[in-house]
Design a protein around this ligand. Structure first.
Ligand code: XIL
Length: 376
């Protein structure tokens, strides 16, 4: 589509119209519509690198043009919700499937966005063949081949790779809080192997360690943060390449004060600790589960927006944080309707745009937090 036609199309899109009309105090004087990516447009030399994005699905980019237009309008970095994971991209021991991953990275590049890679190693999304085919004898070769093939294919095109995802699960009782994952069982030093292989295969990508439940003020989150810090410190001591920590940021709004759903000084200290190791950070998968809130929509939207505001005030304050991505853009397609969903069967309202692709109070919270961070 020529540039002028594209602009015309965007200007006409329902999403653009609602955003332009969004009643946010202090934004009325802006001539361009308030979009998340405009909130992080370089405003100071201090934070030239702050990006905003979300996860996307190839099927939706192909089949839902309003969704694709909204993503394009709002974001400047994307990640695939599932399409780069081991099972989807490596469905047979000797066969890879790149069509859906290609759809997403091509969409990102076509629209001038960066692309994150998610992920090489996870205890979930493994293909059915993993359990029968992979043994201690061939596990290293399988892992190295997987990373060389996938990272090699997208070499120079990936902003950051989540090389290992969710390797810590303190309650599993293994040394150092390691999760008793399928990889751990067949290849106990899988982490070092994965990062070394990734660095060689795509030296341009930032190599990230990504995990969840490291945001809250409760004891369990503190223990997990401690294990994550020890993991990345240990990697550095062994000379294993690592550049960044991904703080997933799957949060919940709580109707009553609860340290697990409070985000403050302990997260701030963790971020300082990560920063002092010379590592960058990304908030990689933010959403705010409203399952503990009553059904009333204005109540839920206000509480969810409050969590966006309070969390991002803390989590974006550290200048080593270089990106914020939400896990989806619209409530219409959130994974939380399938996992960890509300007991009353109401659809979740966890993301910045509602199921009609209209901005919610959470959008305003995110926009304002990004502007404040970009100006720091
Ligand atoms: C989720 C996807 O959103 C779902 O579609 C899929 O069924 C399961 O995985 N942490 C992660 C993401 O790192 O990869 C997960 O994505 C959500 C939790």
């Amino acid at each position: 589509m020529p540039r002028s036609t594209r602009r015309h199309f965007l200007a006409q899109s329902a999403a653009a119209a609602t955003i332009a009309a969004l009643p946010i105090r202090g934004l009325a004087q802006d001539s361009a519509p308030a979009t998340l990516k405009s909130a992080v447009a370089p405003q100071s030399a201090v934070t030239p690198g702050l990006r905003v994005g979300c996860c996307v699905a190839a099927r939706l980019l192909r089949d839902d043009p309003a969704y694709a237009a909204l993503v394009k309008q709002q974001m400047n970095i994307l990640v695939a919700e599932n399409e780069f994971k081991f099972g989807p991209i490596h469905p047979q021991p000797t066969a890879f499937f790149f069509d859906d991953a290609d759809t997403i990275i091509n969409f990102a590049e076509h629209n001038g966005m960066k692309m994150r890679g998610h992920n090489f190693v996870w205890h979930r999304a493994l293909p059915p063949w993993f359990a029968t085919y992979v043994t201690p004898a061939n596990a290293e070769q399988v892992l190295v081949n997987h990373i060389e093939t996938v990272a090699g294919r997208y070499k120079f095109r990936i902003h950051s790779w989540d090389v290992v995802n969710e390797a810590i699960q303190v309650s599993d009782g293994l040394p150092n809080g390691m999760r008793n994952s399928p990889w751990q069982k067949v290849l106990p030093n899988y982490i070092d192997i994965a990062y070394r292989t990734a660095r060689k295969a795509d030296p341009h990508a930032l190599l990230t360690y990504n995990d969840y439940d490291i945001e809250g003020e409760d004891e369990a989150s503190s223990a997990k943060r401690g294990a994550v810090l020890a993991l990345v410190r240990g990697m550095q001591q062994r000379g294993v390449p690592i550049d960044a920590v991904g703080i997933q940021s799957h949060l919940s709004a709580s109707p009553t004060p609860n340290p697990k759903y409070t985000y403050g000084p302990k997260l701030e200290q963790f971020q300082k600790d990560v920063q002092s190791l010379g590592l960058k950070m990304m908030l990689t998968e933010m959403d705010v589960n409203d399952r503990y809130l009553p059904a009333d929509i204005p109540t839920r939207d206000a509480a969810v927006a409050d969590v966006y505001t309070s969390y991002l005030r803390t989590a974006l304050a550290n200048p080593a944080v270089i990106a914020l991505l939400t896990w989806g853009i619209t409530d219409k397609y959130t994974w939380l309707n399938h996992e960890g969903s509300r007991k009353d069967g109401q659809p979740e309202r966890c993301l910045p745009f509602d199921a009609d692709l209209k901005p919610k109070p959470a959008f305003s919270s995110e926009y304002i937090a990004l502007r404040a961070a970009a100006r720091r």
